[in-house]
Design a protein around this ligand. Structure first.
Ligand code: NI
Length: 140
């Protein structure tokens, strides 16, 4: 059931992605792309809300050039500011310039994500990724 009026939007996809999408929705039994989009958006929204307050363990992987002005100080300061959430860190000097850092963080999913995003968005961070996983309690 829909509330209110519908709004039409256009989206751009590569032909390959569209083909994958059509295969996916036909296997799920959708009659139209619009209905599939609506359901997928709702599904994601619920999933995100459900996850936000879940207790998770996460890792944040960072690659940065330690010669970038203030990067080492900034990353260290951020980590000291969130020391209760950060369980462990590992630092590897990759080469003359680059450092790899892996942090293990525990807490609410939204807090882990916020801290990870903050670290990743610092100038000088070349690559990185947040991986969230379960604390194990929910698994039998
Ligand atoms: Ni280093």
């Amino acid at each position: 059931m829909q509330n209110g009026k519908m709004v039409r939007v256009g989206i751009s996809l590569t032909p390959d992605l569209l083909e994958s999408f059509d295969k996916l929705i036909s296997s799920r039994g959708y009659a139209t792309r619009s209905e599939a989009f609506r359901d997928m958006i709702r599904e994601k929204a619920v999933e995100d809300e459900w996850k936000e307050n879940q207790q998770v363990a996460g890792t944040v992987t960072l690659v940065y050039n330690h010669e970038q002005q203030n990067i080492t100080e900034t990353l260290t300061e951020l980590q000291h500011h969130h020391l209760k959430r950060i369980v462990s860190t590992m630092h590897v000097h990759l080469d003359e310039h680059n450092c790899l850092e892996v942090l293990v963080i525990r807490g609410k999913a939204k807090d882990v994500k916020a801290l990870g995003d903050k670290l990743l968005s610092q100038k000088g961070v070349k690559h990185g990724k947040i991986v969230m996983t379960t604390t194990g309690k929910e698994l039998s």
